[in-house]
Every structure is written in structure tokens, then in C-alpha cells.
Ligand binder design. Structure first.
Ligand code: T4K
Length: 372
């Protein structure tokens, strides 16, 4: 049953062409295209409301959100940050590019998130922070992480690149930890083409980030910090404003399709899905299946088989970031058996707002046939 067209792992949500064109028209009058323009500011205000956070700082992408959020804490060079290896490479790079050392902690096989039970054993006198990821929009054990951080006087910086719009205990996910970052990349449930944002618990940190994302400039004749250029431009901000007009509908459609997909896929022996906390809402971002590792054929051959049938799933997140050449040295002594096992048995199947029910049926039937 080869699909006649390529089905990719995701497909960006976009507003109608006319809506976007109409929305960008004023830029031809103002000629103001970037550097904290009107639409940048409008999007910050609307996101504060939507994400239920008191303040937010937009940046050019999720990676710079993380890199600059870490920089804003002024940790001494060579300090250690405890983090997960089961993530996109951006998370680990953001630590290393701040001249800090990523210390990899194993994960929980039920959720894919950092295993909070193992964090304390990794703390040394160089540890300054914990950087967990709400992987696939699956909320970490916030209370446990918070308690460890308080006990050892550590900062908590959440990578919520996958967790747009999620609430935990009825509060926006950005309200937890000392900082939370979001990604608004084209592949995310909400996109600004490229984009990202940071939320800090301490409101004064937003001023610091404002400077850091604009070269550290404080005034025409004053540069106080070694900043970057990480400003979101007006075309991206307007894409965000348009996409935000439809986000509730996008999430409702995703939910219906997710429930349908989930029911079918879980009927296949040897396939499971990760568990989500009862106290969180979901954003239906990544449709991730876990194959029983004793299953024959294995994950990699299923991936290849689907590809031969024009279905492009992804092995997010394999390899572990600790296994890439540039991090191998740091990870040499880490014991990460659960992360290794999960990373070799997960597969993210195509899923997006516009996926058709017939395409879901086709994907599930192919998998069932191949595994039977
Ligand atoms: N932290 C975490 C935990 C993250 O997962 C990410 C990013 C970040 C931090 C950093 O945030 P950003 O700096 O990216 O904002 C993709 C995304 O580029 C990346 O944002 C995402 N995580 C990562 C998990 O996935 P690739 O290399 O797999 O993307 P690519 O180009 O293969 O695209 C995947 C599929 O998406 C395509 O097959 C089709 C679809 N697509 C792609 C693009 C670029 C579209 O429909 N439209 C598009 O414009 O990294």
C-alpha cells in the first residue's frame, strides 16, 4: 500500500494566504521591519495572555531563547548543568556554547523526561542549574525538580520547546522554574516561521534578555554586555499573530485526530505510547510510539519500511545528544541505560493538523502488516 505522495513527519500550520498578506501590508507604509517593532510587541502581549504568563521575551528562535536565557544567569564558566540526553541537540549545545558543562542524567522510561530520582547523585560543587526538557510536551515532575533545586540552591531552566500552550495544575507551563523557553519553529504546533521566547520568574531578567538579544546595547553610546542579535522580525511576528488567531481550532483538530490515531495504534501488539501527567493539558505535538525492543522486526527496519512506502517518520531523539562526537567525552562515564533503550525504540509518526484520516488508516495498516 505505497502512498502516492510523501507523507512527512509534520507540516507547518499556516493561516490563509490572504490573511497573512493583508496583515503584512502595513509594513509597506511603515518600512519598520525589525528591532522590536509594533507587531513584535503585539505578539508579546498576546502570548502573555495565551500562555498565561506575566511577561515574555520574544527571540529569533528556540535555540537562541535557551542560549540567552542561560547567559542571563551569569553562571561562572566551567560550571555544570544537569540535563537530559534525550532531546534535540539544541538543548545540549545551548549549555556548551555558554562555556558550561552538560552533565547527562538518565530518563524515566514511562515519560521520556529526566529521571528526578537520579539528579541528586550528579550534583557536585560545580553544579549551578538543572535543565530539564518537557519532551514531546510531556510535563516533567516539576515538584520533585523544584524541591531538589531549592535544597541545593540551583536554578531550574525548562526547555519547553515542545510544550506550547500546555497548562500544569491550571497554570501556564511557563510559570514554573526560574526560566522557561519555547520554540515557535515551523515544525511546532504554533509557529512564527522561526521564533522562540523566554519567560523568567524574576521580571528583572527580562530587561537583561532585552539587552542580550540586541547586542548588549543599552543606549546609543553604551554596550554593557556581550550580547547577540536574536531579535524577532516583523514578518515572523505577524505570522505568529495570524497563527494565534486559529490556535484553538488547530489544537481541537489535532486532539480529534490524535485520539483516533492513538486508539488504532495501541491495538497493535508490541506498540505503546508514553504516559502524560493527569494534571497537565496536552498540545498533541509529537505522535510518538514506543516499540517493544524484543519486537522483530525492530524500530530501524520499521522506519525503513515506512520510508519505502513514502511515509517519513523520524527517530526523535536518536542518537542521544551525549552520543554525538562533540559530547562523547563528557558522557564517557555517564550511565544512561534507560535513555539508550528508549532512544532505540521510539518512532515519531507523521502527525499534523491537516493529516487526513485515510492517511492515518494507511500508516497504521502498514505498521500492523509489517509487525504481524
Ligand atoms: N529544544 C528542543 C527540545 C527542540 O526540540 C528544539 C527544536 C529546540 C530546543 C530549538 O528550537 P528552534 O531553534 O528550532 O526553534 C526540527 C526543527 O527544526 C526543530 O525546531 C525541532 N526542535 C526538531 C525536533 O525538529 P529537523 O532537522 O528534524 O527538521 P526538518 O527540516 O527535517 O523538518 C522536519 C519536517 O517538518 C519536514 O520533513 C517537513 C516539516 N517541515 C519542515 C520545515 C523546515 C515543514 O512542514 N515546514 C518547514 O518549514 O529539526
Amino acid at each position: 500500500m505505497i502512498s502516492d505522495k510523501k507523507i512527512l513527519v509534520t507540516k507547518s500550520s499556516m493561516p490563509d494566504y490572504e490573511e497573512y498578506i493583508e496583515a503584512i501590508r502595513p509594513l509597506w507604509d511603515s518600512h519598520w521591519l525589525t528591532n522590536m517593532g509594533e507587531y513584535h510587541n503585539q505578539l508579546e502581549n498576546r502570548l502573555c495572555e495565551y500562555l498565561d504568563v506575566p511577561q515574555i521575551s520574544l527571540v529569533v528562535n528556540g535555540h537562541m531563547a535557551l542560549e540567552l536565557a542561560i547567559q542571563a544567569f551569569d553562571f561562572p564558566k566551567g560550571s555544570e548543568i544537569i540535563t537530559t540526553p534525550f532531546t534535540f541537540i539544541s538543548t545540549t549545545h545551548a549549555i556548551a556554547r555558554n562555556d558550561l558543562i552538560p552533565v547527562f542524567c538518565d530518563i524515566d522510561s514511562n515519560t521520556g523526561n529526566i529521571d528526578f530520582n537520579q539528579i541528586e547523585s550528579l550534583i557536585t560543587d560545580k553544579t549551578v542549574a538543572i535543565l530539564p526538557v518537557h519532551v514531546y510536551g510531556n510535563v516533567c515532575n516539576i515538584e520533585a525538580i523544584d524541591a531538589i533545586a531549592k535544597k541545593h540552591n540551583l536554578k531550574v531552566i525548562y526547555d519547553a520547546a515542545h510544550a506550547f500552550g500546555i497548562k500544569y495544575n491550571n497554570r501556564g507551563i511557563g510559570n514554573y522554574g526560574d526560566a522557561t523557553i519555547f520554540s515557535f519553529h515551523a515544525t511546532k504546533v504554533f509557529n512564527t516561521i522561526e521564533g522562540g521566547a523566554v519567560v523568567f520568574a524574576n521580571p528583572q531578567m527580562h530587561e537583561k534578555l532585552y539587552n542580550l538579544k540586541n547586542f548588549g546595547i543599552r543606549g546609543e553610546e553604551e554596550v554593557a554586555e556581550i550580547g547577540a542579535n536574536a531579535k524577532m522580525n516583523e514578518f515572523c511576528a505577524i505570522m505568529g499573530l495570524c497563527n494565534l488567531n486559529h490556535i484553538d481550532q488547530v489544537l481541537a483538530t489535532r486532539r480529534e485526530k490524535w485520539d483516533y490515531y492513538r486508539k488504532l495504534i495501541l491495538a497493535i501488539p508490541g506498540i505503546s505510547m508514553l504516559s502524560y501527567d493527569d494534571n497537565q493539558t496536552m498540545n498533541y505535538s509529537y505522535f510518538t510510539i514506543v516499540l517493544d525492543n524484543n519486537q522483530v522486526p525492530d524500530r530501524d527496519s520499521l522506519y525503513d519500511y515506512l520510508k519505502d512506502n513514502n511515509i517519513y517518520s523520524r527517530k526523535y531523539f536518536y542518537p542521544l545528544t551525549s552520543d554525538y562526537d562533540c559530547y562523547h567525552k563528557e558522557a564517557r562515564n555517564s550511565k544512561l541505560p534507560v535513555a539508550k533503550e528508549l532512544s532505540s525504540s521510539v518512532l515519531v509518526l507523521p502527525f499534523y493538523e491537516e493529516i487526513e484520516y485515510a492517511q492515518i488508516d494507511n500508516i497504521v495498516a502498514l505498521i500492523a502488516d509489517y509487525l504481524s
